[in-house]
Design a protein around this ligand. Structure first.
Ligand code: TMP
Length: 205
């Protein structure tokens, strides 16, 4: 495979979507072929996007946490095979809004599902695909709550603050354990954050 698989991670309202678009622009300007995609769901994948709608639907309050995990992983399997692997083979740089670090932060750390089970099934679902680089935008639950005011929330956004704190701890632990992570504070000037991300990316390309 010739391309690069770059993942953006972070709590809700960490500004991932803004930063991922800025990086896309930056890389395109440099002449790279870039594909922007996301999880749950995925660019060009009707099936994965349908699964996304089921997961995030605010009316689905009774969703069981194991069912939720398996839906995320079903979306991932479809996304990896239909979108990510073909794009990597074409030599593209894939910028993906969330991948399996989200599963460890949300389903293991926050929902308290067995990380060993997640590890096994996730690895199987993602066909062993590992990100080449992960950019983590760190935000406190307090700051996120401030940003969330007046905005439309999905099913996971509306979890309690304690849940978002556990998510954050789950991310910080992974940031510590993984070598190919860049942790950036999500608070501050948008352009300054973008510059830090670009510097990290320049090093690996
Ligand atoms: P977002 O991509 O629009 O932020 O929404 C996706 C939500 O799904 C977000 O709250 C994080 C959550 N999520 C998980 O809980 N587990 C996962 O594996 C993924 C990819 C996302």
């Amino acid at each position: 495979m010739k391309g690069k698989f770059i993942v953006f991670e972070g709590g809700d309202k960490s500004g991932k979507s803004t930063q991922i678009k800025l990086l896309q622009k930056y890389l395109k300007k440099k002449g790279h072929k870039v594909l922007l995609t996301r999880e749950p769901g995925g660019k060009g994948s009707v099936i994965a996007e349908k699964i996304r709608k089921i997961i995030l639907n605010k009316r689905h309050k009774e969703m069981d946490k194991r069912a939720e995990l398996l839906l995320f992983l079903a979306s991932r399997a479809q996304h990896v095979m239909e979108t990510v692997k073909p794009a990597l083979e074409q030599g593209k740089i894939i910028l993906c809004d969330r991948f399996d670090a989200s599963t460890y932060a949300y389903q293991a750390a926050a929902r308290n599902l067995d990380p060993e089970v997640i590890k096994y099934v996730n690895n199987w679902a993602k066909y062993g695909l590992e990100p080449d680089y992960s950019i983590y935008l760190d935000i406190t639950p307090e700051e996120a709550a401030e940003r969330r005011r007046d905005e439309k929330e999905d099913r996971l956004d509306s979890e309690a603050r304690e849940f978002h704190e556990l998510v954050r701890q789950g991310y910080l632990q992974q940031a510590e354990e993984n070598g190919n992570w860049l942790t950036v504070s999500a608070v501050g000037d948008i352009e300054a954050i973008a510059k830090q991300i670009q510097a990290g990316i320049d090093k690996i390309l």
